[in-house]
Design a protein around this ligand. Structure first.
Ligand SMILES: [Zn+2]
Length: 81
């Protein structure tokens, strides 16, 4: 058995077109994820890998929420970041 853990983007769903150039990664289920062992300790330890993967893919934690690269770019262009 394993526990599937994935990030969800904090910028998802702000009235943007699904088909725009800044489509949120979470709308495509293209989020970083890990498969952890099935204990609390395994799950906890796997978070480190999850966050490392997220950072290397361009995700950032902004104001306490993980944001995908697409939403970061959208916010930068709209001066909300
Ligand atoms: Zn996003």
């Amino acid at each position: 058995m394993a526990i599937f853990i994935t990030l969800r983007c904090g910028g998802r769903g702000e009235g943007r077109s699904e088909f725009g150039k800044y489509r949120c990664w979470s709308d495509d289920n293209d989020d970083p994820y890990v498969l952890a062992g099935d204990t609390k300790k395994d799950a906890y330890l796997s978070l480190e890998d999850l966050f490392t993967d997220a950072k290397s893919a361009g995700w950032k934690r902004i104001n306490g929420e993980w944001m995908c690269p697409s939403c970061i770019a959208f916010n930068a262009e709209n001066k909300k970041a």
